[in-house]
Ligand binder design. Structure first.
Ligand code: FNR
Length: 362
């Protein structure tokens, strides 16, 4: 079959599938266990309808917004995803350059295949650094320090991974992955598996399952950077996050790779937004594949969304250019959605522009 020019993000997924060895495609694409949440992340978006307003002047659409005071071209950022060199030899450097070209923020994964220093040196995108807290607290502290020295503007603490979710494709494929580049020279132990998932061996070998709310003051004590907490899905945890003084909340189920049967992120966004009451910005990731999805998340209170797999699909299919194309597609789709809905700026997208599944039954 001929590979035509992709016209949407889902077609990039197909290109990625053809470009990658099965082991890596399954790693990028898959979720945990039954993959119920994986399907739900996308399907919950599909159940929300958009209520357009007609006869507005939409001759000029402004997609720009701010995140922690930084201007970005659209309410879309790059989610932290691990090991970009499995998709393309340029790895995270290609992704960072695409983020820079599209004037958006890249969150670099703790588990990257380029060092955080290499990524900092390659472009002038605004970058945040995603952190897993390790059993070796001293190594995590060192990473935070290196991120701060190298101009990363925030720490994104991923809080949904005390242990790694059960990703059955990786277990079956006996996936083998490189040790994280940022840990070179810091870890004396190599966490590998001679059976089952190498990702699991690595994550469960390094991540500290005892890290909890009471330890956040330690994290705050070692850095001046603002801390965003990633993995909030309930109003209880949103309130706890406010109490410990985070600068922002990311509603995320880790792209359905951790707890299966956790809710679709878009279905709990509003609960979190209400609990937060405007005190800090709320972001969302999981299942964003269309401009209409971005519009729906913004209407339900997200300051911006993040995309994980779409970026990996672009990277696997066409490298840096593919990531740019994916971001531009989302941008073009959002612009058209706004025009057809009568919104000429992101601020004009309101709660009254969407109707959720529940509201449609009333
Ligand atoms: C991730 N995600 C992730 N999150 C994180 O905090 N640190 C990480 O290293 C990774 N690694 C990772 C690898 C791969 C292959 C995927 C698909 C995801 C989760 C990521 O940040 C984000 O929450 C989801 O990807 C969002 O869902 P979508 O956009 O992929 O549907």
């Amino acid at each position: 079959k001929m590979v035509a020019e992709p016209v949407n993000v889902n077609e990039f997924r197909e290109l990625a599938r053809r470009a990658l060895p099965k082991m890596y495609y399954d790693f990028y694409n898959g979720g945990a266990e039954d993959q119920y949440t994986l399907k739900e992340n996308e399907e919950a978006f599909a159940k929300i309808v958009i209520l357009p307003r007609i006869l507005r002047d939409v001759s000029g659409i402004n997609l720009s917004t701010t995140v922690l005071g930084y201007n970005i071209s659209m309410p879309v950022m790059i989610a932290p995803t691990s090991m970009h060199k499995l998709a393309n030899p340029a790895g995270e450097i290609a992704t960072a350059r695409a983020a820079s070209a599209c004037k958006t923020i890249m969150v670099l994964s703790n588990s990257s295949t380029c060092t955080l220093e290499e990524v900092a040196a390659c472009c002038n995108a605004v970058r945040f650094f995603q952190l897993y807290v390790y059993k070796r607290r001293d190594i995590s502290a060192k990473l935070v320090q290196r991120a701060e020295i190298n101009g990363y503007k925030a720490i994104v603490l991923t809080a949904d991974s005390p242990r790694i979710g059960r990703r059955e494709a990786d277990i079956k494929n006996k996936i083998v992955v490189p040790q994280p580049k940022n840990l070179e020279g810091l870890l004396s132990t190599k966490f590998v598996s001679d059976r089952g998932s190498g990702v699991e061996a690595l994550a469960n070998g390094t991540n500290d399952p005892s890290f909890c709310w009471e330890d956040i003051p330690w994290l705050k004590s070692i850095t001046n950077l603002p801390i965003l907490i990633k993995g909030v899905l309930t109003h209880e945890d949103a309130i706890k996050a406010l109490e410990v003084g985070v600068a922002g909340i990311i509603v995320s189920n880790h792209g359905a790779r951790q707890l299966d049967y956790s809710p679709a992120t878009i279905s709990v966004l509003e609960e979190v937004v209400h609990a937060v009451g405007g005190k800090v910005p709320v972001f969302l990731d999981g299942g964003v594949r269309r401009g209409t999805d971005i519009f729906k998340a913004v209407a339900l209170g997200a300051q911006a969304v993040l995309v994980g797999r779409p970026v990996l699909y672009g990277l696997a299919a066409k490298g840096e250019y593919g990531v740019r194309q994916v971001l531009e597609m989302l941008m073009d789709e959002l612009e058209l959605t706004m025009a057809l809905s009568g919104c000429s700026s992101v601020k004009e997208i309101t709660r009254s522009h969407v109707r959720t599944k529940h509201e449609q039954l009333l």
